[in-house]
Design a protein around this ligand. Structure first.
Ligand SMILES: Nc1ncnc2c1ncn2[C@@H]1O[C@H](COP(=O)(O)OP(=O)(O)OP(=O)(O)O)[C@@H](O)[C@H]1O
Ligand SMILES: [Mg+2]
Length: 248
């Protein structure tokens, strides 16, 4: 589903990603872990070309989604972003109603069919495990929701346009334990329909939600392995030190 081949990424002179080659299968959850500043978010942002928005950056190597190089000149970034949805660390609902937050992506994609929009909003909210909590107040402002609900709303917003890949950058780090476990359950249930890549600082979370884990350090992919293997019996000493908290 996703494949990077010898990716190098630079912010000006700073070499942020060093020769990263990695494959992610469809319908799996891949966790990206590693110390702050190691390049996890930079790597994640490659897949929907969010790094394009930053001046002075440079990329070499290839990034393929479903076999297509997404940095090829012929690729339309809008189309790519329909296929690759993203959820950020801090819930960022729009200053609109709950309903309109979820409908937003459909409207900007010129979908006008009212009954389809209504149906898709409900489906997305159900998929994001939020429907029961909001079904009676769809016209209320999204800001009236709790942080955990806002984050699930942002997930529903991402799902509404039916992406095949969902990128999540520390989606639960600003949430309380109950909301966090809801998001984790949600990730688990979304896996059947989506390919998910999640950045997390929480080792237990990575171990709970992911099939595969990539450990980054200083822009290098140190180890990429089955999550079980990674946390029980990693191949690299650096990984062992990091996951046991002996990293220094
Ligand atoms: N817009 C930018 N301009 C210049 N350098 C940047 C920019 N964004 C990130 N960097 C640098 O690239 C490196 C990787 O940053 P990145 O945000 O990918 O790390 P991260 O692993 O996501 O860290 P964290 O866990 O703190 O979120 C860091 O050294 C950072 O300072
Ligand atoms: Mg980050």
């Amino acid at each position: 589903m996703i494949e990077t081949k010898n990716i190098n990424f630079y912010y000006g002179d700073f070499h942020a990603l060093k020769d990263i080659s990695m494959e992610m299968q469809a319908h799996t959850v891949t966790a990206l872990i590693g110390p702050s500043g190691c390049g996890k978010s930079t790597f994640l942002r490659l897949f929907n070309r969010m790094n394009d928005l930053i001046d002075g950056t440079r990329l070499t190597g290839e990034c393929l989604i479903e076999g297509e190089n997404i940095y090829h000149k012929s690729v339309q970034v809008d189309e790519l972003r329909k296929k690759v949805g993203m959820v950020f660390q801090k819930p960022n609902p729009f200053p609109k109603s709950i309903f309109e937050n979820v409908a937003y992506g459909l409207r900007v994609n010129h979908i006008g069919d009212k009954s389809y929009i209504t149906q898709r909003v409900e489906e997305s909210l159900r998929d994001a495990a939020l429907w029961d909590e909001v079904k009676d107040k769809l016209k209320k402002s999204a800001f009236e929701l709790s942080g955990g609900q806002q984050q699930r709303l942002c997930i529903a917003r991402a799902l509404a346009i039916s992406p095949s890949i969902l990128l999540m950058d520390e989606p639960a780090s600003a949430l309380d334990p109950i909301s966090t476990s809801k998001i984790e359950e949600l990730i688990h249930s979304l896996k059947k329909d989506y390919t998910i890549v999640i950045v997390t600082h929480n080792m237990q979370q990575a171990a709970r939600v992911s099939d595969k884990t990539g450990f980054f350090m200083l822009g290098e992919l140190i180890e990429y392995n089955d999550t079980k293997k990674m946390f029980l019996n990693p191949e690299k000493e650096q990984t062992q030190n990091y996951i046991t908290g002996r990293f220094g």
